[in-house]
Design a binder for this molecule. Sequence first.
Ligand code: 8OZ
Length: 369
Amino acid sequence: MTDLFDSLTVGNLTLNNRIIMAPLTRMRSQQPGNIPHALNARYYAQRASAGLIISEATQISQQGQGYPATPGIHSPEQVAGWKLVTDAVHEQGGKIFLQLWHVGRISHSSHQPENGMPVAPSAIKPTCKVFTADWKQVEYETPRALETEEIAAILQDYKTGAENAKEAGFDGVEVHGANGYLLDQFLQDGTNHRDDVYGGSIENRARFLLEAVDMAVQVWGKERVGVRLSPHGTFNDMSDSDPVALFSYVLEQLNNRAIAYVHMIEPRATSAGGSDAVTHDAPSTSQLFRRLFDGAFISAGGYTPETAKQTVADGTADAVAFGRLYIANPDLPERIQSGAALNPYNRATFYGGAEKGYTDYPTLKQEAA
Ligand code: 8OZ
């Protein structure tokens, strides 16, 4: 029976265990410039015993930013800042992928170049609330639908982001195709009403995601590229008329490309971890889609140590990603292995601020000292 502490081959990497640190937005990059700094390096290095760390979502361009103080991977200063992070993680024996992110309509003009409108597949306004650049929560604006000709430049931003991630010393990249951001907005027909080659049929709606993946593969090779997806997720106002058909096609295409892994979110964890609510009758993403992908399958969303062990033992997934538990437990694998109690997380310090609720959660060793 497979154990959480068995090694796992992902692409051409061998992970020491099957406990993954999920990508976690913390909004603590250095300002101005959205630059990773020493505090971020300490936070990630504290968590280096994960089989794999996936970085917080990182915008590939200024247009791709949608929240205050999220880090970027499009300026030389950001690349130098990320190098502090990857060096610190590698020094502790860890592995870290960068998550490439464009938020699409989940933005506000205050984040945009020249205060323009956020961009999207179609001019459909999200009904939830957005953070402005000065941390105010306001209504969304109606995004501007991208012209077909503009997509090539965004694909180039994905490629440059992947190249910058390589220069910054990452071990690979994950394309963020989940949670209602740009690529997911193109995938799902609740947000994509286009009538060009990027809209309409499932093949057309999946085109942008697959082209972004191809950019990452051009830079990294298929062994070092993963993709995150969230079928049935409703965070950021998402919906699709036939998610099983849509995501089955996407997985078949990713399988043909033989990328290192897919990382799928279970919709029982609503709001992408933005709340503690659990939907017990949600469809099981891993049960629906795991069999369609031959590479490593990472599952995320509301796992406990017990359900994670079971999931890996019965082969529902090869590895499990933890988010909220990783915020509060830098030594999560050691705690799970020894059966130690877990530190509770404090939601009030998830986003923004400095050390508090970020680098000050104790390890077992620190508790014993
Ligand atoms: C919570 C708050 C802000 C962003 C995601 C990048 O859901 C996020 C995110 C989550 O993927």
